[in-house]
Design a protein around this ligand. Structure first.
Ligand code: C2E
Ligand code: CA
Ligand code: CA
Ligand code: CA
Length: 278
């Protein structure tokens, strides 16, 4: 190149330096993000295909950083996990999501479900079940409206421990969902032992299923077997009418994705719920 090798190296190392600086900046900032009220939740509707109604919403976290702007969870959740900050942040998210669901209830959104993601570190945290029970009581939400989502890989290691933990969570009255299903190593029959009620098919299969027969086969198999196990199935990442119709034909229970709606600020959710109810 015109710049010569030495400059290329400098360019590379200054990029790395920037990356490290950003990481340090995020880590320091995250420690204060909660008290400074920089975290907020967006809500993405889940459409129940049988009922033709919005079943509820999944809470998705965002961070409004004072200098860097909006940061997505892919960047800050791993930092929150490594530093242990995910525990107070996760408690905040569950409380806030439950409170928001109660606000919607007062605005005519009775019976809506609310789903909240639980990361690996949170799931393994001592006192998790007591914390969740406390938040459910404090917010006065009907626990049957709450779904906690955990990722597949997390669910599949340490089987005995997982089962007892899932059972304890289940005893609080919430429902459990396996997120990103299909990306891990587990067999569907393995799931029979897990006290979960919902499977969420990973977006990667849904986005390719209409042009890739292997992905279509995976989606069909997951839905059919999940139904044999009496589990409900949600398909993530539905972006087109064609994908929605294909999933409907397979008897998929719920769909979520940009085709129905992007994640929305809380104030915009009830309008869409009412639109589907008309
Ligand atoms: P996830 O739980 O699998 O959430 C779905 C992600 O897919 C969200 O990304 C959502 O905005 C995106 N999405 C939804 N529909 C579509 C679609 O049709 N097309 C495409 N391309 N994307 C779609 P987001 O909000 O960036 O969240 C990413 C991940 O971060 C989540 O994946 C979840 O694992 C994690 N996360 C988000 N909020 C929380 C939280 O409060 N706590 C924890 N522990 N993790 C969270
Ligand atoms: Ca999720
Ligand atoms: Ca997912
Ligand atoms: Ca169905």
């Amino acid at each position: 190149s015109k710049l010569g090798g030495g400059n290329d190296f400098q360019l590379f190392s200054s990029e790395m330096k920037e990356e490290i600086q950003r990481r340090v900046q995020l880590e320091l900032g995250l420690r204060r993000a909660l008290e400074r009220e920089e975290l907020f939740l967006l809500y993405q509707p889940l459409l129940d295909l049988d009922a033709g109604r919005i079943q509820g919403h999944e809470a998705l976290m965002r961070w409004n950083h004072p200098e860097l702007g909006i940061i997505v969870p892919a960047e800050f959740i791993p930092i929150a996990e490594e530093t242990g900050l995910i525990v107070p942040i996760g408690q905040w998210a569950l409380r806030e999501a439950c409170l928001q669901n109660r606000r919607w209830e007062a605005e005519g959104g009775q019976g809506l479900g609310i789903s909240v993601n639980l990361s690996a570190r949170q799931f393994q945290q001592r006192g998790l079940v007591e914390d969740i029970r406390g938040i459910l009581e404090e917010t006065g939400i009907d626990p049957g409206l709450v779904t906690l989502e955990i990722t597949e890989n997390l669910a599949m290691n340490k089987e005995e421990y997982m089962i007892s933990r899932l059972r304890a969570l289940r005893e609080t009255g919430v429902r459990m969902a396996i997120d990103d299903f299909g990306t891990g190593y587990s067999s569907l029959m393995y799931l029979k032992k897990f006290p979960v009620q919902i499977l969420k098919i990973d977006r990667s299969f849904v986005s390719d299923m209409l042009r890739d027969e292997d992905d279509a086969e995976i989606v069909r198999t997951i839905i059919a077997m999940a139904h044999q196990l009496k589990l409900r199935v949600t398909a993530e990442g539905v972006e087109t009418e064609g994908q929605l119709q294909y999933l409907r034909g397979l008897g998929c229970d719920m769909v979520q994705g940009y085709y129905i709606s992007r994640p929305l600020p809380a104030e915009q959710c009830i309008r869409l719920v009412k639109q589907y109810d008309e």
